[in-house]
Design a protein around this ligand. Structure first.
Ligand code: MN
Length: 419
């Protein structure tokens, strides 16, 4: 319960006090320039489209943070916290976790310019950090332990130099209180990133594995990499998430993806949990089953029991089928939450309305126990499901329009993810 509601005073404090700049009271801009020396030394700005830094940073009364997913020589997530005109940066190989039992290694790297916060694109191969960068999350943060009258940035600096910073993120994806704890000094200090226990904590949820698209453009890493002409941009303003290209699975059907939404839709819809897992299709015959993720990745070998149980169901019922669902962890076990039925025997259901596909799925699963597979429940009242999601710590709720067809591989209008 610690930390979740401790931030209002620090906002006021940072507004009323001048930002004091670098360590010995030099102006913030000169301090930032010194802090960025290492960042600039490593980059050839004739070759990379990353920002050089040094333009006057607008004064904000809130400290910003970003997390960028970075496919360099090794995939990692860069956590960046604004402080004194630069972004303090940590490379987190496994990404952030919402599970308080999980401690994630975070290696401190050189400070980055604030303009880097909007960078999404590809750094040329051969350049420092070459690879694809995705804006994975962004928002503001505040220290949890500011003393009375202490400015937010001063409290952050005090925490970092003491080796323990408690801070609360208000991002589009990550929220709640976290700690950075230094475990090793040296040229590249090592820290641990740990979620505090609060209302935003979610045990067993792999949020980095679950959320695979850009918070800015809705693109996957592959789509960013394929879009070579698009470089970093500093212009503000809401960009519409572009529809994702249909990823191939085995040349037939890719899972339909929900369109992100903030509010409950009007009309005839049903609502179901989104547990933060991944959408997958199960291709099942009496001889065996294949589980295919949203990117066309075959995940069968990670879930052999689920695949075997589905194949047994096809043997019992005497027909092949293709099922859509969510792979998520329930009570510590991987579980396939069956939501939709696309094919059964020689029946193609893709163009049938959701209610009809749903009835066919019910007929297939009715009174049959399939270990590792659960019936994805739905309700007709969105508020009810939102409340349950909040109680259970799920990241959101999925909504399906009653008359919508299944649209493989796209963000469908009749299929929403409300967060
Ligand atoms: Mn990086």
């Amino acid at each position: 319960m610690a930390g979740a509601k401790r931030t209002s005073k620090s906002k006021k404090a940072s507004k009323s006090k001048k930002v004091s700049g670098s360590k010995r009271g030099t102006p913030a801009k000169a301090g930032a320039a010194a802090a960025l020396r290492e960042y600039r030394r490593k980059r050839d700005f004739r070759k990379t489209s990353e920002p050089g830094g040094g333009s006057a940073a607008p004064r904000h009364d809130r400290l910003r943070f970003v997390i960028q997913k970075h496919a360099a020589s090794r995939l990692h997530y860069d956590l960046r916290l604004e402080l004194h005109g630069v972004m303090r940066s940590w490379a987190v190989p496994k990404g952030p976790s919402l599970d308080p039992a999980v401690k994630r290694l975070a290696m401190q790297v050189e400070d980055h310019p604030i303009e880097y916060n909007t960078f999404e694109g590809t750094i040329p191969q051969g350049e420092y950090g070459g690879g694809t960068v995705m804006l994975w999350d962004r928002g503001t943060y505040a220290p949890d332990d500011a003393r009375p009258g202490e400015a937010a940035d001063a409290a952050v600096r005090r925490g970092l130099s003491s080796g323990k910073l408690s801070f609360t993120l208000r991002g589009e994806r990550l929220r709640g209180s976290f700690a950075l704890v230094r475990t090793d000094r040296g040229p590249k200090p090592k820290w641990l990133l740990i979620k505090h226990r609060d209302d935003e904590a979610a045990a067993g949820l792999d949020i980095a594995g679950a959320l695979l698209t850009s918070v800015e453009t809705g693109r996957t890493m592959d789509e960013i990499a394929a879009d070579a002409d698009r470089v970093w941009h500093s212009n503000r303003g809401a960009r519409r998430a572009r529809p994702a290209a249909a990823p191939a699975t085995d040349g037939t059907i890719a899972p339909m993806q929900p369109t992100p939404a903030r509010t409950l839709p009007d009309g005839d819809w049903t609502f179901e949990p989104w547990r933060g897992g991944t959408r997958a299709l199960a291709w099942v015959t009496p001889d065996g089953a294949r589980l295919v993720g949203a990117r066309g990745d075959d995940v069968t070998r990670r879930h052999p029991q689920i695949a075997a149980a589905l194949a047994a169901l096809a043997r019992r019922t005497g027909s092949a089928f293709v099922m859509d669902g969510e792979l998520a962890i329930q009570n510590g076990e991987p579980t396939f939450f069956a939501a939709d039925l696309l094919l059964r025997g020689d029946q193609v259901l893709l163009d049938r309305p959701w209610t009809e596909r749903r009835a066919a799925l019910a007929a297939l699963l009715r009174r049959r126990r399939v270990p590792g597979v659960e019936w994805q429940e739905t309700v007709s009242r969105g508020e009810t499901m939102l409340r349950r999601a909040a109680d259970a710590g799920w990241p959101g709720v999925l909504a399906r329009r009653a008359d919508a067809a299944y649209e493989p591989g796209t963000r469908a209008e009749g299929f929403l993810c409300i967060t």
